[in-house]
Design a protein around this ligand. Structure first.
Ligand SMILES: [Zn+2]
Length: 167
């Protein structure tokens, strides 16, 4: 006999998967920081499994579009065999910028989970309102603030290190 999954159980599973994704994104961010990149990471899941992980690599590739989310969208598209990423959850350690928010809308991802907010470029309302703009024809479910403390601390430490603060 088929047992129905209670909505609460479904929510919890989703939360668990969001946590798994964010931990992968955080690990990628940390690795990027060690290579001198601004430590931002992203990961994508589909059907409950992780299908792509990437980190910011603007410096290494000399490419202003090489944000973690853009690279994850490209990898996920290769895995799923096309640009339409319905059913995909993308987790990223920092609130997406307008470029990445726009790309997520173009790719029609289902959900965007992010950690820290970005008061300088954030496109989920911090500066721009792209991710959840009411005029858009595609709706993305947005889950902000997942492991925000760890995500933000990574960035704070990185920039502190760049300034060479030993104060
Ligand atoms: Zn971006």
């Amino acid at each position: 006999m088929a047992t129905e999954v209670a909505p609460a159980t479904e929510d919890r599973r989703r939360e668990e998967l969001d946590g798994v994704l964010m931990r992968r994104a955080l690990a990628a961010a940390r690795a990027a920081g060690r290579l001198g990149e601004v430590p931002i990471g992203a990961a994508a899941s589909h059907d409950g499994r992780v299908i792509a992980v990437a980190s910011n690599r603007m410096e290494r590739s000399g490419d202003a579009t090489a944000h973690a989310e853009m690279l994850v969208l490209r990898r996920a598209a290769r895995v799923l065999g096309g640009w339409r990423l319905g059913g995909v959850t993308l987790a990223v350690t920092l609130e997406p910028c307008p470029m990445c928010a726009g790309a997520m809308l173009q790719a029609r991802v289902d959900r965007c989970v992010y950690g820290a907010t970005d008061p300088k470029k954030g496109a989920d309302g911090s500066v721009y309102d792209v991710l959840r703009h009411p005029g858009g024809n595609h709706r993305i479910e947005v889950v902000p603030g997942v492991m925000a403390g760890a995500c933000g601390a990574l960035l704070t430490e990185f920039f502190r290190g760049l300034r060479g603060d030993a104060r």
